[in-house]
Design a protein around this ligand. Structure first.
Ligand code: SAM
Length: 280
């Protein structure tokens, strides 16, 4: 292990076998392991023969513990940061420690592995070329609804973390705000015995969760299809094309040519052309 380094190490999100060889090696070799909950981490570490010294690092002692850890790394200690499950900093503590290390010139080494976010996305069957991770939904109904409303037009796939206490209300709100036909993939208890992935229109997923108490137990990731473009919406590229043609040609010709190139109906482009011309 390199001295004066912070290793950010992912741990399993359920199935204890989802622990990389490298993660185990790093945890065996470091001087200190900063863990969100030392009692929670111990059984996992014991299982892999990791006997390193555990130090508590969580939301409530972030400032003080972070300062001490930074000091130790600056004096040459190698430290690994782990959270209760998955990847540290992903809806888990660590951000301020990593930022401080960068500022102090301490080397940061990520040791990637499980994360509920990526496991859910990989199994959701929704576009993943771009997505927006929204973390935990707000706790109160009013704030959750406001959050959903602000995302209604977001075209990227949306991913939320949700707790079992709020899963039903959260899906009810999602169906009311995003619309019942939006495709949802609800990933529950990933990598564990009761793993389930319910996928379909929000109305159907909601129905399954309403009918079956078991579907409200455990840990959840909600993945939602992004907003679909309006079928007759004129995209930015076509607007640009029309504008370029309008700079050189009369409205009728520019419209006809733009319609031929883009496939958008002539009368829609004609309206837009008049609009664009009137702004010049
Ligand atoms: N850092 C973790 C990660 O990389 O996934 C996330 C930690 S966050 C405090 C815990 C939340 O992640 C849970 O409430 C749940 O929404 C989601 N989560 C964690 N493990 C999960 C699992 N096995 N199945 C489904 N969701 C899970």
């Amino acid at each position: 292990m390199q001295n004066g380094t912070l290793y950010v190490v992912s741990t399993p999100i359920g199935n204890l076998e989802d622990f990389s060889f490298r993660a185990v090696e790093v945890l065996r070799g470091v001087d200190l392991i900063a863990s969100e909950d030392t009692r929670h981490s111990r059984p996992l570490l014991d299982r892999y023969g990791i006997s390193g010294k555990l130090i508590a690092y969580h939301d409530h002692n972030e400032e003080r513990a972070g300062e001490r850890l930074l000091q130790q790394m600056m004096e040459g200690a190698s430290v690994a940061l782990i959270s209760d499950a998955g990847t540290p900093l992903i809806s888990d503590p660590g951000y301020s420690l990593v930022a401080r290390c960068h500022a102090a010139g301490v080397r940061i080494v990520p040791v990637p592995g499980a994360s509920a976010l990526l496991a859910a996305l990989a199994a959701a069957g929704l576009p993943t070329d771009r997505f927006s991770f929204e973390g935990f939904t707000p706790r109160t109904a009013a704030k959750r609804r406001a959050c959903y409303e602000a995302l209604v037009a977001e075209p990227r796939t949306l991913v939320f973390y949700e707790s079992s206490h709020r899963i039903l209300d959260s899906l009810e709100d999602a169906a009311a705000i995003f619309g019942e036909s939006r495709t949802c993939a609800l990933a529950r208890e990933l990598t564990k015995i009761h793993e389930t992935i319910l996928r379909g229109p929000l109305s159907e997923v909601l129905q399954r969760v309403r009918e079956d108490d078991n579907q409200r137990k455990g840990e959840f990731v909600i993945a939602l299809e992004g907003a679909r473009p309006m079928p007759d919406e004129i995209d930015a590229e076509t607007r640009k094309l029309l504008q370029t043609l309008l700079d050189e040609l009369p409205v009728k010709q520019a419209t006809a040519l733009a319609a031929r190139i883009s496939g958008v109906k002539k009368n829609r482009l004609y309206q837009l052309a008049l609009d664009l011309n009137s702004r010049q």
